[in-house]
Design a protein around this ligand. Structure first.
Ligand SMILES: [Zn+2]
Length: 278
């Protein structure tokens, strides 16, 4: 099954709603997946995680998590590197407790270093993080995201290579790839090539449990500027949904539009209509 996830608690959730209330609202709207946005910090309460897990299970909602933004696995400063690894590990451990299946992470900034060295630094940090897998996050995938700026670690090739090495799968964000290439990756042909590369690297089965992002996006020659609503962007989003259908992709596509549930439902309904018309 392919699910379209809302990126965080829906806007229409009754006042002061948190994740649990957000799950209930998503369910009322007919949405069956959510990415929990721990982008500022990771919560600490195991009781709260149990509550999220029970609610999501009861409502049949699949969960993914977005890890904090304050991560740089390429930092030359020991304290910053240690804090980055800690934040990623905290997100993975809490994701395990709340029943999320994958955690996406913005792995690193390049800091002007040669790409091979950045890769090696991220690889070393990943090795450390993965040492805790059996103990802290046995059922959770560590998903490095394809990033929207050339100053960030995260080309499709890099995240595939490092994911494969550690038995993970990345979080492919075609909007970021579109921004990073200043307007490429916005056609059926390019998305097919993108998914072919994914399949060639991780195997055909990997297409049945993806963790992807999608949205409209504003960009300059320096890459990503900000996310945009689907219909206020240059994204050929209907064609993208056609590719998801033709390739029989399964798993979760998180809609990262600022319109949250509105655009999540737009994607979901467009996809369902394509399936019905066939
Ligand atoms: Zn992200």
């Amino acid at each position: 099954m392919l699910r379209f996830a809302v990126a965080g608690t829906p806007h229409s959730t009754p006042a002061r709603g948190g994740t649990v209330e957000g799950l209930m609202q998503a369910h009322r709207l007919g949405i069956n997946a959510m990415e929990i946005e721990w982008v500022q910090s990771v919560p600490k309460s195991p009781e709260r995680m149990a509550e999220i897990r029970e609610t999501a299970e009861a409502l049949g909602i699949t969960l993914t998590v977005h890890a904090p933004y304050f991560v740089n696995l390429n930092s030359p400063e020991k304290a910053k590197l240690a804090a980055s690894k800690r934040r990623v590990l905290d997100a993975l451990a809490m994701a395990e407790l709340c029943g999320a299946r994958s955690v996406c992470v913005h792995a690193a900034f390049n800091l002007g270093l040669p790409p091979e060295q950045v890769f090696e630094n991220v690889r070393c940090a990943t090795e450390d993080i993965m040492k805790s897998k059996a103990k802290l996050f046995p059922h959770v995938n560590l998903a490095y995201e394809t990033m929207g700026k050339p100053t960030q670690f995260g080309t499709l090739e890099d995240v595939l290579k490092i994911s494969k090495e550690f038995g993970n799968y990345p979080c492919v964000d075609p909007a970021h790839m579109h921004a990073r290439t200043n307007g490429l990756i916005n056609s059926t042909k390019e998305w097919n090539e993108m998914l072919d590369l994914y399949e060639n690297s991780l195997g055909k089965k990997a297409l049945k449990s993806v963790h992807m992002h999608f949205s409209g996006i504003a960009y300059t020659v320096k890459g990503e500027r900000m996310h945009l609503p689907l219909q206020k962007s240059d994204a050929r989003w209907k064609d993208f949904i056609g590719v998801l259908k033709e390739k029989k992709i399964e798993g979760t596509v998180v809609c990262e539009s600022p319109l949250l549930e509105e655009d999540t439902l737009l994607m979901q309904h467009t996809y369902q209509k394509l399936i019905m018309d066939n």
